[in-house]
Design a protein around this ligand. Structure first.
Ligand code: 5AD
Ligand code: SF4
Length: 435
């Protein structure tokens, strides 16, 4: 029998869905009487909300668990959560004695029960993927920042051959339309001015993502809507039309392509070609000419030749990405690509990643430079490092640094004065007028 924990800390890794899940777990633990440990506090419950997307994810999680033991040999209660928890299941308890409970992404609502079980001397594991949604069992949203995440869909049926998501997050499942709208209203009531709709395949949302966007755009006080991540195959005409018609929908689209080579795309089971991807973007740009496109890339997929890689650089140039994430291929056990022939040598992968990233940086810089001299609205979301400096997001999701006494959550008008690959500098428009 141990005491019930009082102060918890949740550490989220990986994607925005984990950030969202972390917030919901925090709300749940608070509503069951615990409080969040401050930065300097010693927590007596630590939830490691893990990511499994790349190599050595499990090893990293176990070493993070190991580091939670204090100098005097004591340690907090430890919950292994997230995608590593889902993938490892009961095995996690065998591999680390310091793990008290294992909770998969569809079982978070059971955390308070599991904590009580731990206090009774048990080591519960729940990695079930029940059809009934955890969301119904979570408390309503409360305090939120100016920019909030909202999960509308989870899981993936696409089975790209490199990806663990269909195994760790399960089949595609969408939340009921009205539940999502109600949660959006709750977030706005709690102070959110921007909502980012989340899903591993958010544009496969069953009720129609376009309809959902139009419905939440009616909420007074909500000013910005975004969504991520989308699959090219689910970019419907109705969703594209929404980009041209819904003012609150921000001009930014994260649409991963992964490779510019049709041969590799086929081996990845991506269900689009370079050409069909570009045609989709043509339609998006016809609807919203100023849209910023962002993407994900994998270099060194098994069998990737120099020519395939050149095709990837070509699609980067054809699209002119405003921002992008790029990764070296990492074999994930249990996925079809893990047993494919034609592994790319490490030094080749390194070199390709470097070339790709410098090309992507050129495009981001060009995109950012094109905003110099423009007036835009930024939503302040954090403090800068310098005194008086604040950082906000532009409609195109650029981070903009500005000196202002505006507070987090304020929307301010700035004129962009300079551009780097990953950020912009600006001055307050009023300040410029006054000067
Ligand atoms: N190796 C490298 N990158 C991967 N991603 C997903 N699985 C892998 C893998 N096995 C990348 C993809 C995806 C992003 C979230 O992570 O680019 O879009
Ligand atoms: Fe993974 Fe492909 Fe599904 Fe994205 S679409 S989560 S990359 S399987």
């Amino acid at each position: 029998m141990t005491d019930l924990p009082q102060r918890f800390r949740i550490k989220s890794f990986g994607c925005q869905m984990n950030v969202y899940d972390g917030e919901r777990m925090a709300e749940l633990l608070e509503s069951s009487g615990m409080r969040a440990a401050g930065p300097a506090d010693d927590a007596d419950l630590v939830v490691l909300n893990t990511c499994h997307i790349r190599e050595k994810a499990a090893e990293k999680a176990y070493s993070d668990v190991g580091r939670l033991t204090r100098e005097d040999g004591t340690r907090p209660l430890v919950a292994l959560a997230g995608c590593v928890a889902q993938a490892e299941g009961p095995e996690a308890k065998r591999r680390s004695k310091a793990i008290d409970m294992v909770v998969g992404p569809q079982a978070y609502h059971r955390l308070p029960d599991m904590i009580a079980q731990v206090a009774r001397g048990e080591r519960p594991v729940d990695t079930n993927m029940p059809a009934i949604s955890k969301f119904d069992a979570l408390p309503a949203r409360r305090r939120v920042g100016p920019s909030a995440f909202l999960t509308v869909q989870e899981g993936c049926d696409k089975f790209c051959t490199y990806c663990v998501v269909p195994y760790t997050r399960g089949a595609e499942i969408s939340r009921p339309f009205d539940d999502v709208v109600a949660e959006a209203q709750g977030l706005v009531d709690g102070g959110a001015r921007e909502i980012t709709l989340l899903g591993q395949n958010v544009n496969a949302f069953e009720g129609g993502l376009d309809k959902l966007i139009r419905a939440i755009a009616k909420i007074d006080g909500l000013e910005r809507i975004r969504y991520t991540t989308s699959h090219p195959a689910d970019m419907s005409d109705a969703l594209i039309a929404a980009h041209g018609e819904v003012d609150k929908l921000m001009p930014y689209l994260h649409l991963p392509v992964q490779s510019g080579s049709d041969r590799i795309l086929k081996a990845m089971n991506r269900s689009h070609t370079a050409e069909s991807y570009l045609r989709t973007l043509d339609k998006v740009r016809a609807a919203r000419p100023d849209i910023a496109i962002s993407g994900d890339f994998i270099v060194g997929f098994p069998g990737e030749s120099d020519e395939d890689f050149t095709d990837t650089l070509a699609i980067v140039d054809a699209v002119g990405y405003a921002s992008a994430y790029s990764f070296k291929y990492s074999p994930r056990p249990g996925t079809p690509a893990a047993t494919m022939e034609g592994a790319v040598e490490a030094h080749v992968m390194d070199e390709r990643l470097q070339r790709l990233q410098s090309r992507l940086a050129e495009h981001s810089l060009a995109f950012n430079r094109a905003t110099i001299g423009k007036d835009l609205k930024i939503l302040i979301d954090r403090k800068g490092r310098l005194p008086g400096q604040m950082i906000g997001k532009s409609p195109w999701l650029q981070s903009v640094f500005v000196d202002t006494d505006a507070a987090i959550g304020d929307m301010v008008d700035v004129t962009v004065t300079h551009a780097l690959p990953n950020s912009l500098g600006g001055v307050l428009r009023d300040a410029r007028v006054a000067a």
